[in-house]
Design a binder for this molecule. Sequence first.
Ligand code: MN
Length: 359
Amino acid sequence: MVAEAPAPRLSDQRGVAITEEPAPVPATIPEPDWDHAVELIHGANRVLLCSHRKPDGDAIGSLLGLGWTLEAAGKHVTLACADAPANALATLPGAERIVQDLSPLYTVGEAPPWDLAIVMDASGLDRLGSIYENNRDLFAALPLIDVDHHITNDRFGIANVVDPTAASATEVLSLLIERLGLTPNVPAATCLMAGLMTDSLSFQTESTTPRSMRVAARLLEAGAPVAKLAFQLFRQRPRGSALLWSKALGTLQFAAGGRIGWLEVTRAAMDAAGPGADSGGLSGFAGSITGVDVGFVLEEGQDGNIYVSLRSATVDVARVASEFGGGGHVRAAGCHFAPPATIADARAQLLPAIERALG
Ligand SMILES: [Mn+2]
């Protein structure tokens, strides 16, 4: 009788059991900042929540996710963003509650109707656009919590809950909500998950960590409808956006022997595309072309600025953007050129800077 050899276990082959708890991501937020933020939120009754202009899924997901959670905890909240959520983001629960203007609620020189402000997914206050520009005194007067994950964040709060290793601001917020001793309800979990899914491109980015997945698991347990979100956020595209893409793709150009690829979106192309036109995703497309190290989009904004959106899998584009007063992430960043700069001026300044970054 020959003894049967034991079946090889996965743990033998890989050197690590697949059931083993993954090593935790090192905490980058100092404990005093967590504690201070928790204390400020517990002590506040009327909270002003803000996120960045031209909001993406993480900006809207942060506003609504924390808004629903604090409201369920009995606090009054105001949700502010300089631009209204567009397309799929407008269908997130509570999106209609977001205001673009604080002036009906607050008069300069009078006591603010809030006792705390929380700014989310913004690397600096200027990222709030008109919400900050029209209310600078308000932001100077209110205690401010900064919740973010941008590497370029300038720590503008009295408590800075900033973790550049997080895949989204809603990942950081979910940890903050846990520390507050609160559990997101279904709409809150839906919005927090929307932020995590959009910023991580459904967990495809390098910023996706075991912790992102654990946060996602808890949001699923709290009722986030992941399949519905995936359909609304990624697979459905407004007709105006499809028409805009059909125009924008015709502008594709290359430089540096094909290592730089870009698209240009004029105001005329935007207007011709009609309702729902959104340039989101175009820079990712430019960056996805084989041989392209840096992809970008130049877009003529309604306000006359030329907006630049940069993507790269190999180059630190946050550094490129910061040369022009912008910022963002290593792999995805942005900046803008103020009038009278044209698309051609922006292109002429950007290309040499990108070529230098390519080395
Ligand atoms: Mn974000």
